[in-house]
Design a protein around this ligand. Sequence first.
Ligand code: NI
Length: 151
Amino acid sequence: MMVYLTRRYRFSAGHRLHTEALSPEENLRVYGKCNNPNGHGHNYLLEVTVAGAINAATGMVFDLVKLDGIVAGRVLDKLDHKNLNLDMENFRAKVPTTENLCLEIYDLLRHPLEEAGGEGGLQLNRIRLEETSLNSFECVAEGAGAGKGKG
Ligand code: NI
């Protein structure tokens, strides 16, 4: 039986939605006020879901202290109070939409979490990122079982 553990985190960051692939007029049309030259900020709500079997000895899917440490080290320390366009290498050329940020967070966490899961097997099942109370995005693992689809 797979059990899903979801933990919630918060961070704040700034961004500007703009791509060199479009003209200034097209950028304004596509991104609206999110294209404002000097950017704007969000208080993001991040949910990290891991899936695995309950460890018979501990009664837990995964240690929350370990989870918090990995999320802090790999994601929160890198993103919190940062300018995503300027401070994140991967967003120099890629637009820091919340879709792209959600995928970036998935990629940052997948291997560290799945490795920390050890032999019991742990899957990073889902990253959900809320940009505002009206918008949220999710990246969900392809393939069902814990530890599957590594690569
Ligand atoms: Ni925005």
